[in-house]
Design a protein around this ligand. Structure first.
Ligand SMILES: NC(=O)c1ccc[n+]([C@@H]2O[C@H](COP(=O)([O-])OP(=O)(O)OC[C@H]3O[C@@H](n4cnc5c(N)ncnc54)[C@H](OP(=O)(O)O)[C@@H]3O)[C@@H](O)[C@H]2O)c1
Length: 327
């Protein structure tokens, strides 16, 4: 079997496509023939040594996979089932999805919900799941469509683009924040009412209310400026760090406007996964999902990762395996 395998390189990892024996995969009750695996920013950091993500070397990369069950020692799954696995250590401390085969504990596996094909589920992947989790959290914190928009940073990336489409689909006005001038047609096509650059956020640590809340895939100074412009009782969901991990802000958004800063971690428990994936198959399912992803081959992974870390990718890129691989 072929795999994008990450070996230790100093304090970080370095990935390369290799041939390996299936018997060398990490153990688990469920063996899966991978059909699709999305490439995420975290995968790119892990594979290109951008951060010490991998906890156990060598390790197949890929924090998500969609595939077909080959064998199962657990009664919940049977050969032929279409399943999705994300988080729970795959691509970090357990051989991950960027490989023709995956073997995982049954507790990590979820059936793809009705209403989504395998390709649609993979197109959504961790990015769509995280965006949906953030939208769901903002709704729980009281955000509803109104006069002010919801701001979305890193808007042209995987998480950001899904967040824009889902919020617009729910009737929110969406203010997309993107550093790519050429992403404006893409983002307005997804339903963004306006697209601005991170530079347009200004440099105030507290300023006039411009949005009722936001989803932040960028982090760092972008998150600080999103907090500065959030309306009374608004909420910002922080889920990414593409622009930095440090947060320098003041308490003013919190004590003068009652703003909530809430954190999103996509490695949810199984009940939350089932609930959010059910929404992804229904009210949060973006239109024309089949058109959202570029499907590439396993050999293309290093190149896609390099462009991703350079901020040059748009939307989702997923690897197709077997009959689903591009010709
Ligand atoms: N918390 C969780 O559980 C969770 C789950 C999934 C993802 N994440 C994180 O969320 C973030 C986005 O993930 P993704 O898969 O959507 O990645 P992605 O497809 O690479 O998108 C990241 C986007 O961030 C923007 N960006 C990149 N570098 C930037 C910079 N220096 N300054 C400002 N913006 C920058 C770019 O969008 P623009 O050009 O449009 O600005 C880029 O397209 C990552 O940090 C990822 O690790 C977290």
């Amino acid at each position: 079997m072929k795999a994008y395998r990450i070996e230790k390189d100093g304090k970080v990892g370095r990935g390369v496509v290799v041939d390996m024996a299936e018997s060398d995969l990490d153990p688990g009750e469920v063996s899966i023939a991978t059909r699709f695996a999305g490439i995420n920013y975290k995968d790119a950091l892990a594979g290109l040594g951008g951060a010490p993500i991998i906890r156990r070397f060598p390790c197949n990369g890929g924090i998500e996979a969609v595939g077909t069950v080959l064998t199962s020692e657990d009664a919940r799954f049977a050969p032929g089932d279409s399943v999705i696995v994300h988080g729970r250590g795959i691509g970090v401390s357990h051989d991950g999805g960027l490989a023709e085969r995956l073997r995982v504990p049954a507790d990590w596996v979820m059936a793809i919900p009705g209403g989504l094909t395998a390709q649609e589920a993979a197109t959504l992947g961790v990015a769509g799941y995280s965006a949906a989790l953030a939208v769901d959290r903002l709704e729980a914190l009281g955000l509803a469509p109104g006069d002010l928009p919801v701001a979305v940073s890193g808007a042209s990336g995987g998480v950001g683009a899904f967040a824009v489409a889902m919020l617009a689909g729910l009737g929110f006005q969406v203010l997309a924040i993107s550093s790519k001038a050429d992403a404006v047609p893409f983002l307005t096509g997804l339903g963004a009412a306006e697209v601005i650059t991170p530079g347009d956020l200004g440099d105030k640590t507290f300023g006039p209310a411009r949005w009722c809340g936001g989803i932040d895939a960028a982090g760092g100074p972008v998150l600080a400026k999103m907090l500065a412009g959030t309306d009374r009782d608004g909420a910002i969901a922080s889920l990414g760090n593409a622009a930095g991990v440090e947060l320098t802000t003041t308490v003013l958004p919190f004590i003068l406007r009652g703003v909530t800063l809430t954190g999103i971690n996509a490695d949810s428990d199984m009940n939350t996964r089932r609930r959010i994936w059910a929404r992804l198959a229904n009210d949060l399912k973006p239109d024309r999902l089949a058109d959202w992803a570029d499907i590439v081959a396993l050999r293309d992974v290093p190149d896609v990762m390099a462009r991703m870390l350079d901020g040059q990718t748009t939307g989702r890129t997923i690897v197709g395996f077997g009959n689903d691989a591009p010709t």
